[in-house]
Ligand binder design. Structure first.
Ligand code: CUA
Length: 316
């Protein structure tokens, strides 16, 4: 009913309808109470206006029923908003396990996308329709914000860490992509397009060109070039932890804490190796800060993620 309204962007993701429903509920609720309150103010101002110069209002000494009502009704309403809002929030915060991962790097002033198969794009993002897509994002410089109105997704993109956002496009087409955080002179020009394609078209597009091979293979090459493989060896004889099968595991740290190995931990361990040393290892790894770019980091992270399937050394 609202889709014809030019004020609202198209709905092109599974989440769009849910976000809009909550939004319209809030608008409706606010409108109802604004009109009710303003109407009553006017009505009572007229009804109880002073008619004689010496008229004085009657004292009122409280009303239990009224006080319960004005506490209870707002409580119910705000709880509805809270539970409804939280359910949408949790759905948006938890990407499905089978989501297609795509990396994004924000930079003054462009969006760089990296597909696992090796394709790279700037200011254009190709995705298949009907499949959940999880964006793993970081920034090379300042704070940016990934915003696709048609999908109703928006998330800050921060230097020094990974943030994620997910969406499942429901309609093929081209959709606006914006940077929604002021990031310098050409912030307004930091825009792009998300191209949603039929799965078959998407496959054709994917096979269209990735001269350098998959992202993980780029990472593997880099891993060897940086000589990471001299310490991180699959046979547990190296001076660093075995990386095979490590991703997603929970490991014990020297500090006695445990941590789940995710993208952020791998990234941190490359840039600031001493920050969280695995129990049983020495803090001897040099930092790679300044030696690898954000995009190379993504390749290394993806390589570590890809190291599965070998006979596993229990790291728990
Ligand atoms: Cu990037 Cu605004």
């Amino acid at each position: 009913m609202w889709s014809g309204m030019p004020l609202f962007p198209e709905r092109a993701s599974t989440m769009a309808g849910r976000v809009d429903a909550l939004y319209f509920f809030l608008i409706g609720l606010s409108t109802f109470f604004s009109l009710l309150i303003a109407g009553l103010i006017v009505f009572y101002a007229v009804k109880y206006r002073r008619r004689k110069a010496d008229e004085i209002g009657a004292d009122i000494h409280g009303s239990l029923i009224l006080e319960i009502a004005w506490s209870g009704i707002p409580l119910v309403i705000t709880m509805v908003i809270f539970v409804w809002g939280a359910s949408v929030f949790f759905a948006m915060a938890r990407p499905p396990d089978e989501a297609l991962n795509i990396y994004a790097v924000g930079k003054q002033w462009m969006w760089k996308f990296q597909h696992l198969d090796g394709q790279r794009e700037i200011n254009e993002l190709h995705v298949p329709v009907g499949r959940a897509v999880k964006m793993i994002m970081t920034s090379e410089d300042v704070i940016h914000d990934f915003f696709v109105p048609a999908f109703r997704v928006k998330a800050d993109v921060l230097p020094g860490r990974y943030t994620t956002v997910w969406f499942e496009p429901t309609k093929p087409g081209r959709y606006h992509l914006f940077c929604a955080e002021y990031c310098g002179t050409k912030h307004s020009g930091m825009i792009g397009q998300v191209v949603v394609m039929e799965p078959s078209e998407y496959q054709t597009w994917l096979s269209g060109g990735a001269p350098e091979g998959s992202l993980a293979s780029t990472g593997a090459k880099l891993f060897a070039d940086l000589a990471c493989n001299t310490c991180h060896r699959p046979d547990a004889q190296g001076r660093g932890p075995v990386l095979e099968g490590l991703f997603g595991k929970t490991v014990a740290l020297q500090s006695g804490e445990t941590i789940t190995v995710d993208e952020a931990y791998v990234r941190e361990s490359i840039l600031t190796p001493v920050a969280k040393i695995t129990a049983g290892f020495q803090p001897i790894m040099p930092t790679f800060q300044g030696l690898v770019t954000e995009e190379q980091l993504l390749a290394l992270v993806e390589y570590v993620k890809s190291l599965k399937g070998l006979p596993q050394v229990e790291t728990r």
